[in-house]
Write a protein of this length. Structure first.
Length: 135
């Protein structure tokens, strides 16, 4: 219960009601401990299938609750980045006309191309997010 004796909302509801954190507000990459890095949207690659599902979600009103949180990525050998988490945020922010987005690096897959081929099929069809999203 809350201080007034009323039932307190579960933590997930509190998180949804809380204002979105702004870039640089304490986020760090799990893999390197550094704060978010701003990168040009042209350097972000996605799975076309996942991005297609995300576009449908947003058209149907299912948007992110954390628009200003960083996009979680894995490094590509080319110097670009593969989006692991944050497809809704990515879509919403590119649609809003943003040209640079904050990223943090995935702890589980900091370098996706070095996984022994586990993600080879997915990486073979990757596309730049900006080519799939029209602002």
């Amino acid at each position: 219960t809350g201080e007034s004796g009323q039932l307190a909302p579960p933590p997930s509801v509190k998180q949804l009601a809380a204002p979105a954190p702004k870039p640089g507000s304490g986020w760090v990459s799990a893999s390197d401990g550094k704060p978010p890095k701003l990168v040009a949207i042209g350097k972000l690659y996605v799975s076309p299938r996942k991005m297609g599902e995300t576009i449908i979600d947003v058209r149907e009103g299912r948007t992110s609750y954390s628009k200003y949180e960083p996009i979680v990525v894995s490094r590509l050998d080319s110097g670009d980045f593969y989006v692991m988490d944050g497809h809704h945020r990515l879509l919403e922010r590119i649609t809003d006309g943003e040209k640079k987005l904050p990223i943090v690096f995935s702890n589980e897959l900091p370098r996706i191309e070095h996984t022994g081929g586990a993600y080879a099929d997915m990486l073979a069809v990757k596309q730049r997010a900006v080519d799939l999203i029209r602002p």
